[in-house]
Write a protein that binds this ligand. Structure first.
Ligand code: MN
Length: 718
């Protein structure tokens, strides 16, 4: 196990000014917190975070990352809290540790591999700081190195598969080639032991007999380049067993037929030298068509630069050659951490500690024409999507702003149609709550629930909106059918017949209807006059039926309107059961335009709260009391609403006058005013103002804030 002083020495070797004391404190804190916990290997648990920190020193990461590595399992697995870490190590480290903890909670189920891409996106989206991801990757590297100690094969395989599908590609995306290779090799070994053994063995044999081959090729290439006028460094290497196996699978080729089991790399001083070298190689050897790639002029989205070519090389063997500068090489091997190393000059002078982080963003921004970039590279790119989990752990992707309604419909339209409430991370929330990354969503349903037309206003996905509309349309159709039959029955009776759907079978064509139900619905909706139907069914009928039918029809249509739109002209609030009394909560004082929710109170009807009212917590265990409501925008009222503001203003003559002037100028009316606190320098006031709606209030608040005597203005929440 890496010792305390060794770790500190390693960090000091690349960052001499590091806060040694903080590293020591983190080391001791982690050791104390993990106490006697043990790893599967039997080692003290504490050896794990120390090794993870050690891995990160290889990438020369900053002190905050190293400390985060030491503490990365403390929130999750020990008694330590976010606040403990914040107090001891500051907010930056606390946030990083919290970030790693969040990522650790996401576990891929084996049957979810098809969603690997979404999981990778989720991890990127949740790693708001790239250092979170780096610590998580180092954590995974160490867990893979010690995978063999887990007893259960299923567990080892699950972890290995997750590593191969999620973490290795993530490492590649941020340019950590070395890390990616190690993760792939370790997973490959676990998941496919036989091919791993056989490829490794053949590589070993090839190496033994082929040593001379690699040496001959290197010697020949050196000879070819000896007059080029710049330094060259030539190495030959075999490809990794995993990449060989993948190629064998992809090309269906046997091991022997693979041309590039051996790859050669030429490192030269400058970019111009790269192209010069390429020219010499292509003049000397035949190029294999389709193998030349210029990643210098068009770098890969992760920042990788190099020239690649395949030629029939010395000894008439097909070989791959990569040509690059030293800096390109380091970036390729250890990713963006290398940029930091190369920019240490600027880092010292401009105080930017994470120059490489800046570089990452630059690289990502530069490659924004590449489609691959859009799919793979940028951390911020997933900001237009949110990723949430079902209780079973299925991952559902929604557009940004998506609500529980969208989630329910994304799972199944039946679930959407029956949802009454939602638990987000175990707590009841309004259906219209916007979801955030990593939320676990449990939709509460009721057999008797039907979608409310209100829902369409806060659904963002086309699927949810369409399903709600379809349901409403079908529901309306059901009602039209019911009303249509009622009308027809009465009309038939007046003619002395009993009505029956079959009676209409022969007349549907007269009305250009496909079937009887369509005709009944049209009668119910009032499109086809029932008199015309009677005339068609009973040609030459005598009775004078018209007036009575019109009456029935009018009453019926009104009923439909009431059911579906609420009494638009009378109610200020949409979504309430007609006739139920409602009032506005005194705690949060909602104004027209605020997002609101209704709480049913026995004997008192419905109390309307602002959606962010802290008192709603009290009802979190009673989903049946929550009602989704919204303001009726068509409702016109002269009545004003009282809103309460907390205002801090300077204690000087005239400041109260200013306050009332500003409010009056903006058509607000002060209903009440209380001084909460008064000191030499300021007053704190609670001011009740009558306003029309939330926009009116924001205008007044903006005007107050603009006035020099006024220190702060906020809406009161008590
Ligand atoms: Mn860990």
């Amino acid at each position: 196990m890496l010792r305390q002083f060794e770790l500190v020495e390693r960090v000091k070797s690349y960052d001499p000014d590091v806060d040694e004391e903080a590293l020591d404190r983190a080391y001791v804190f982690a050791m104390k917190m993990h106490g006697s916990q043990k790893r599967a290997s039997g080692d003290p648990y504490f050896s794990h975070p120390v090794e993870v920190a050690g891995i990160l020193t290889e990438y020369k990461l900053d002190a905050a990352s190293i400390i985060t590595a030491l503490l990365h399992d403390t929130i999750e697995d020990t008694a330590a809290s976010y606040d403990d870490i914040k107090i001891m190590f500051g907010e930056e480290v606390a946030k990083l540790v919290e970030g790693v903890t969040k990522l650790s909670k996401i576990q891929l189920q084996s049957d979810q591999l098809k969603q690997a891409e979404n999981f990778r996106k989720l991890l990127l989206a949740m790693s708001e700081d790239i250092r979170v991801l780096l610590v998580k990757l180092a954590d995974r590297v160490h867990n893979m190195r010690t995978l063999k100690y887990h007893q259960k094969p299923e567990k080892r395989q699950r972890i290995a598969r997750e590593t191969l599908e999620i973490y290795a590609p993530l490492a590649e995306r941020i340019g950590m080639q070395e890390m990616k290779n190690e993760l792939e090799e370790l997973s490959f070994k676990e998941l496919y032991p036989e091919p791993y053994e056989s490829i490794t063995l053949r590589l070993k044999m090839l190496r033994e007999e082929g040593n001379t081959f690699v040496e001959k090729v290197i010697a020949q290439l050196k000879e070819d380049l000896k007059d080029c006028g710049f330094e060259t460094e030539i190495t030959g290497r075999e490809k990794s067993p995993y990449s060989i196996w993948r190629k064998m699978k992809r090309q269906g080729a046997p091991f022997e037929a693979l041309c590039d089991i051996m790859a050669f790399r030429i490192i030269v001083p400058t970019i111009a030298d790269c192209y010069h070298t390429l020219g010499i190689i292509h003049t000397k050897y035949s190029m294999i068509p389709g193998r030349y790639k210029d990643y210098i002029s068009t770098p890969k989205p992760n920042g990788y630069k190099s020239l690649h070519t395949g030629v029939i090389g010395p000894e008439k063997h097909r070989i791959e050659i990569q040509i690059r500068t030293k800096e390109m090489h380091d970036v390729a091997e250890i990713g963006l951490a290398a940029h930091w190393r190369y920019k240490q000059g600027d880092y010292k002078t401009d105080g930017r500690q994470f120059a490489w982080l800046r570089e990452l963003i630059d690289i990502m921004e530069q490659s924004d024409t590449s489609k691959e970039f859009l799919e793979h590279a940028k951390m911020e790119m997933y900001q237009d999507e949110v990723f949430c989990f079902s209780p079973k752990g299925d991952l559902i992707t929604l557009p940004k702003g998506g609500t529980a309604i969208d989630f329910a419909y994304a799972v199944h339209s039946g679930l959407g149609n029956r949802c009454v409430g939602v638990k987000i991370n175990g707590v009841i929330k309004p259906l219209k709550t916007e979801l955030v990354n990593g939320d676990q969503i449990e939709i509460l349903t009721s057999k008797t629930q039907t979608p409310s037309p209100e829902w369409e206003r806060f659904a963002v996905t086309g699927k949810a909106k369409a399903a709600i509309r379809r349901f409403i349309r079908e529901q309306k159709r059901e009602q039209y059918l019911e009303v249509g039959r009622e009308i027809l029955q009465k009309a038939f009776k007046s003619e002395g017949y009993d009505y029956n759907d079959k009676s209409l079978e022969n007349v549907t064509n007269n009305f250009q209807q496909k079937n009887v139900e369509d005709l009944i619905a049209e009668v119910g909706e009032g499109i086809v006059p029932v008199v015309d139907v009677l005339d068609a069914v009973f040609p030459g009928r005598k009775s004078n039926f018209t007036t009575r039918v019109v009456n029935v029809f009018k009453r019926s249509t009104k009923k439909i309107n009431d059911n579906n739109q609420g009494s638009k002209k009378q109610n200020q609030i949409n979504g309430l059961i007609p006739g139920l009394a409602y009032s506005f909560a005194k705690c949060c004082r909602p104004l027209p335009g605020d997002r609101i929710v209704g709480i049913v109170t026995t004997g008192k009807g419905v109390t309307i709260h602002r959606i962010d009212c802290s008192n709603l917590e009290r009802f979190s265990q009673e989903p049946e009391r929550w009602i989704d409501v919204s303001w009726n925008e068509d409702y016109i009222s002269s009545e004003s609403h009282v809103s309460r503001l907390r205002i801090v203003l300077e204690n000087k003559p005239g400041s109260l006058g200013t306050l009332s002037n500003v409010i009056a100028k903006n058509q607000g009316n002060i209903a009440n005013l209380n001084i909460i606190e008064r000191t030499h320098t300021f007053f704190e006031l609670s001011v009740d103002i009558e306003v029309k709606n939330v926009n009116h209030l924001s205008d007044i608040m903006a005007a107050l804030r603009a006035s020099p005597d006024i220190n702060s203005v906020r809406r009161s929440q008590d």
